[in-house]
Write a protein that binds this ligand. Structure first.
Ligand code: NDP
Length: 337
């Protein structure tokens, strides 16, 4: 069983040396357990937080020497569990490894899903975060301006497309001309701006002549700085993530932005609300699943995946995710379906 362990806690941006590819015998399932063969492994930004000693709080950190955790689509290859048969396709959390043993508690059957990797992206956790954050917290109305960064990624691409379906004007922000072209031409965003453009802040102001009503926060950093002065009275800011800071080692010594931010939150009556998608499965996943399947089948929402072949390439691909090298939902194909 090949598995990728956390070899060291990263200092800032992770490097390949922070991971170790290890080999161990494949375990045999006991009574009530199944053996899973990983087909697809999801790579997601939150994994960076789990590599730190003090993790994000909602889930434990990975310890040095342990297998990296992660969402997976797997095939049951041996079963001593009454509810699972050999050949079943399941969504679970087998982590960065070829095989895993499970007691079935965290497994969701996927039936004969045609593109099972979508259970990790467009029909799974990241798109669900887009749905809940945008619709329940952001609550965009027709004609309002919605801004979202990481606009071609797993979450952002879905945020922008749902906002368009709700009649909003959507301004995306992404890293590079190719991604921006895709956001406008394929995903139907009204505008998409390159976050690396030296004139980014001015261009954002020009692209939002009526201000910003919903800012779906995925990134923080310079994008957030450029957004704050443009927020309208009564703006909503669902706080989903702030990837620009996940590699920060200490608090920045740059100017204290807090007083300016607090002034805007107060004067513009801004509603900022953080959310962790794990909290919403019980009451919202069904509605999400129904709506999303309908939109995808009708061609109203497009889902792009960035598929990397081979478990051994997961560390480099994950480092690339934190640098914006992925284009679409990043998944590793660990074995042929
Ligand atoms: P993506 O597929 O969007 O990949 C990450 C993207 O972040 C990169 O491609 C890059 O896009 C962008 N990025 C990286 N560094 C920076 C930077 N310094 N400034 C601006 N953008 C940057 O990832 P996801 O869609 O999976 O995740 C998006 C966000 O949502 C993350 O913050 C993640 O933590 C959060 N999240 C939160 C959840 C929750 O429950 N609250 C659930 C799921 C995700 P580009 O180069 O195009 O700018």
């Amino acid at each position: 069983n090949r598995r990728i362990l956390l070899a060291a806690r990263p200092q800032g941006q992770p490097t390949l040396q922070d991971f170790h590819l290890d080999e161990a015998p494949v375990l045999t399932p006991k009574e009530g357990e199944v053996l899973l063969r990983t087909l697809y492994l999801s790579l997601d930004p939150y994994m960076r937080n789990l590599m730190d000693e003090i993790g994000p709080g909602y889930t434990p950190s990975v310890q040095v020497g342990e297998t990296m955790v992660g969402g997976t689509v797997s095939r049951v290859v041996a079963s001593k569990h009454p509810q699972f048969a050999v050949g079943d396709l399941v969504l679970g959390r087998a982590g960065w490894q070829d095989y895993a043993v499970s007691d079935g508690n965290e497994l969701t059957p996927l039936g004969d899903m045609k593109r099972p990797s979508l259970a990790l992206g467009g029909l799974g956790m990241p798109a669900f975060a887009a749905y809940v954050g945008l619709l329940d917290i952001g609550q965009p109305k027709a004609g309002e301006t919605v801004v979202v960064a990481a606009a071609t990624g797993a979450v952002g691409s879905v945020v922008g497309q749902i906002a368009k379906l709700k009649g909003a004007r959507v301004v995306g922000i992404a890293g590079g001309a190719d991604k921006c072209r895709y956001a406008v031409e394929e995903l139907g965003f009204d505008v998409c701006l390159d976050r690396r453009d030296p004139q980014f802040a001015e261009r954002l102001a020009a692209a939002c002549p009526d201000g910003i009503d919903v800012y779906f926060e995925n990134v923080g950093g310079e994008v957030f700085d450029a957004v704050v002065p443009l927020l309208n009275i009564g703006a909503r800011v669902p706080v989903c993530g702030f990837i620009a800071h996940y590699n920060d080692e200490t608090s920045p010594s740059s100017p204290d932005r807090l007083p300016r931010l607090m002034a805007v939150v107060l004067q513009k009556r801004v509603r900022m609300q953080g959310f962790i998608i794990l909290d919403h499965y019980a009451d919202r996943f069904e509605a999400f699943s129904r709506d999303m399947r309908e939109w995808v089948e009708a061609g109203q929402i497009k889902l792009r995946e960035d598929v990397i072949d081979g478990l051994e390439h997961a560390p480099a691909a994950f480092i690339g995710l934190l640098e914006g090298r992925n284009f679409g939902k990043l998944v590793v194909r660990v074995a042929e379906a």
